[in-house]
Design a binder for this molecule. Structure first.
Ligand code: KG4
Ligand code: ZN
Length: 443
């Protein structure tokens, strides 16, 4: 059995005295030795590293999240940023005056924090695993897509590391890693459909192999998590007693439970465009207009909590869920019409921070039940950015002998890098009309 489940992972991490036995295990009565991969992630604002064996057992990991950073440089930059933009500088993810990636991450600050943390994060992952660099079969590092300055730190560190220890290097596509993580936890065979939804991503693709993807649709503007975070910020939800420690998406989900989604009728985006792309900026604009109108009606200033926050949260969440469900429905129909998924047990994998939203999951469940697909969502810990997913992508590539480079080859990072073959034009040309599906979800 080559699958390692999270509960097992915890047990292994609690038993350091057994470390030396991890690499060799018994399979059908024969001793086999597992190859080990170090994964390094610095594409955005998380510095992550992990050591995995070939079966997907996490031997050691470490993650430094800039969202929670109290580093001096983060705070300094927030104030510098403030003096330039005069906006609201509470982090859109944690709502606190720390490092802010709101109006965007500040790339130079993200770079500085990666620089400060990478050595320690990699050291910690290695120490926790009890693995010496000389025993690694490869080092896998995110080289695309992402913030140029952030990618540069991970790549520079990794190239120095592989040269120093004479280990093979595996450059990783960040979205490929997100899409494959599920295979570390469940025996999902290719091909499968994947929906990635987070603060930075929004795409639908068919995963046909480790390095073989068909891109069916992606966001034309912002990602759904970004939209939820900005709506939460515009609603000043950090001032809400129940939401001060939550991310924007979590705050919206919590308040929506006690809200009436029918009180505000936001139009589902792109209703007249029969493809699988997403757009959230127009929806956010409609929501902002409604919030401004309600503030006038209630005679309150921006920054004060509206009496109807629950209803706005519920209507926002419902519209985002409906948009995601409809584009996913069309992607499934396109796959079926073109024989892109297996006829037996076709699977939809949903990953990314937004995938932890239960209402959105239920909306997607309605679609998968209607179309006969199996829905899989990795646990939240594996949906978000970390070193584990990069190491796992390294394992998948190592097993297939794909994209493994000798340590001396110079690799460049690529801030922009599409995932796989772009099929968005073909999907649009197919102009698939959706049958009406009633998405009735009790909050
Ligand atoms: O994948 P992730 O941790 O980080 C990146 O985007 O890189 O995703 C974070 C995003 C944030 O926008 C957050 O508001 C959203 O995921 N999120 C949620 C929920 N939990 C986190 N959105 C909706 N419902 C949730 N329960
Ligand atoms: Zn990501």
């Amino acid at each position: 059995m080559f699958i390692m489940f999270p509960s097992k992972v915890k047990i292994l991490q609690r038993l350091p005295q057994l470390r030396h036995t991890f690499r060799c295990y018994t399979s059908f009565g024969k001793a086999a030795c597992s190859r080990l991969v170090l994964g390094i992630e610095t594409s955005c604002d998380d510095t992550g590293a992990a050591v995995l064996d070939e079966r997907g057992a996490i031997l050691g990991e470490s993650l430094h999240s800039q969202k929670e950073s109290t580093s001096e440089v983060g705070v300094r930059a927030v104030f510098t940023y403030k003096s330039y933009y005069l906006g609201d500088f509470f982090c859109h993810t944690c709502f606190s005056l720390k490092f802010c990636r709101t109006g965007g991450i500040i790339p130079t600050v993200a770079q500085q924090l990666h620089r400060e943390n990478i050595e320690h994060v990699v050291q910690e992952a290695l120490e926790r695993s009890g693995v010496d660099p000389s025993h690694l079969s490869a080092v896998a590092t995110t080289v695309k897509p992402g913030l140029a300055l952030s990618l540069g730190i991970g790549l520079e560190f990794s190239q120095r590391f592989v040269r120093q220890h004479n280990r093979p290097f595996i450059p990783i596509h960040h979205m490929e890693a997100h899409a494959l993580t599920v295979r570390m936890l469940h025996p999902v065979a290719f091909p499968f459909l994947v929906l990635l939804i987070s603060g930075g991503h929004s795409l639908l693709a068919v995963a046909r192999g480790v390095d073989d993807f068909l891109l069916l649709g992606q966001s034309l503007d912002e990602a759904p998590g970004d939209t939820l975070d900005k709506v939460a910020r515009r609603l000043s939800l950090r001032k809400h007693p129940q939401c001060s420690t939550l991310s924007g998406g979590q705050a919206i989900e919590l308040l929506a439970k006690n809200g009436d989604k029918k009180r505000f009728n936001f139009r589902t985006p792109m209703g007249q465009t029969p493809d699988c792309c997403f757009s959230f900026a127009g929806l956010r604009n409609d929501i902002t207009i409604t919030i401004t109108k309600k503030e006038k009606e209630e005679g309150i200033e921006q920054g004060t909590l509206l009496s109807c926050v629950n209803d706005i949260a519920a209507a926002t969440q419902h519209t985002v869920a409906a948009h995601l469900a409809k584009r996913t429905h069309r992607a499934i129909l396109f796959c079926k019409a073109n024989g892109l998924l297996p006829s037996s047990s076709p699977t939809l994998v949903v990953s990314g921070g937004v995938a932890s939203n239960q209402y959105i999951r239920k909306a997607l469940t309605v679609i998968t039940e209607t179309t006969g697909l199996h829905l899989l969502c990795p646990p939240a810990k594996f949906c978000t950015d970390n070193g584990v997913m990069i190491a796992w992508n390294g394992v998948e590539r190592l097993r297939e002998g794909k994209g493994i480079l000798s340590p001396n080859i110079d690799v460049r990072y690529e801030p922009k890098a599409p995932l796989g073959v772009d099929m968005t034009a073909e999907v649009r040309a197919a102009a698939i009309r959706l049958p009406s599906v009633r998405i009735k979800i009790s909050s």
